[in-house]
Design a protein around this ligand. Structure first.
Ligand code: HEC
Ligand code: HEC
Ligand code: HEC
Ligand code: HEC
Length: 164
């Protein structure tokens, strides 16, 4: 691939991120009306998974953002849960429970899952309305060809020189 093509692909993959996220989320049968509800709601029934998740960097992925980065859409797309999607992260003040890469960052929006889980009869098979894990979940945020640390260092240097 020539370099101009590569640039187009990188830009397209970043701007197309939210769309891809939406497609991945709904591909496996999450109802279209499902909304993001935040990790604390999942904890109530999935204590074991919550404990293992809490020990990962996903739980604190918001905390690496500095200063105005906590308001920068270019960062929030991957460092919060459901940014710009129904019920998803808006700001630290209004949606603190959606900071970082919560359960729904990988499993998709959970409101409809919780509704059916509450009424499900354990003995009878029921429609779970959530993704156990669709194949390309991780690549919404992880690109093995991008050195994220180097990219962030460059962006931060550029931001610092603008504010001088
Ligand atoms: C009212 C209880 C309850 C709540 C709240 C709840 N779940 Fe579940 N969930 C269940 C039950 C019951 C199952 C089926 C048994 C199991 O696999 O543990 C399940 C299964 C799952 C599965 C596996 C699906 C599959 O196909 O096997 C995932 C993933 C999941 N839940 C994620 C979540 C997420 C994310 C949240 C928060 C948005 C959440 N759950 C909230 C009760 C709940
Ligand atoms: C496309 C998704 C994506 C976007 C957009 C994104 N990040 Fe990240 N970021 C990641 C992932 C994934 C990692 C984990 C590193 C890895 O394995 O590539 C990471 C790691 C980091 C780290 C390193 C944390 C550590 O442990 O050293 C910092 C700092 C960071 N990002 C800040 C930012 C800032 C600031 C922005 C906005 C300018 C941003 N990120 C935008 C996905 C993203
Ligand atoms: C970084 C992505 C990621 C995050 C974040 C995440 N999970 Fe998972 N989850 C997975 C993967 C991968 C599996 C294994 C799927 C498989 O076996 O096919 C899984 C499996 C599950 C299962 C099925 C039972 C099991 O333990 O294998 C449940 C229930 C579940 N997750 C709930 C949660 C809850 C609740 C949270 C938040 C506290 C959460 N997950 C956060 C990726 C994630
Ligand atoms: C919504 C965005 C998002 C999704 C989806 C996601 N991650 Fe992450 N992941 C991140 C961010 C952001 C970090 C950086 C956290 C930090 O450094 O504090 C990270 C960090 C990690 C790390 C730790 C890297 C290190 O330096 O120690 C691993 C491992 C990881 N992710 C694996 C996965 C896997 C496997 C999946 C899919 C099942 C996945 N992630 C899905 C955003 C995401």
């Amino acid at each position: 691939m020539n370099s101009s093509k590569a640039v187009v692909v990188v830009v397209a993959s970043l701007t197309g991120f939210a769309l891809i996220g939406t497609l991945v989320a709904y591909a496996a049968g999450i109802p279209a009306e499902a909304k993001y509800v935040g990790t604390n709601k999942c904890r109530l029934c999935h204590l074991k998974e919550h404990k293992t998740w809490k020990a990962t960097k996903h739980a604190t992925s918001f905390d690496v953002l500095k200063g105005d980065e906590v308001k920068n859409p270019d960062c929030l797309a991957c460092h919060t849960t459901g940014y710009d999607l129904p019920g998803g992260f808006v700001s630290v003040e209004t949606t603190p429970g959606l900071k970082g890469t919560g359960c729904e960052g990988c499993h998709g929006s959970g409101s409809e899952h919780i509704k059916v889980a509450k009424t499900a009869d354990e003995a009878t098979p029921w429609e779970k309305k959530i993704n156990k894990v669709p194949l390309n979940t991780c690549v919404k945020c992880h690109n093995p060809h991008v050195n994220q640390k180097a990219r962030v260092a460059k962006l931060r240097a550029a931001a610092a020189s603008r504010s001088d």
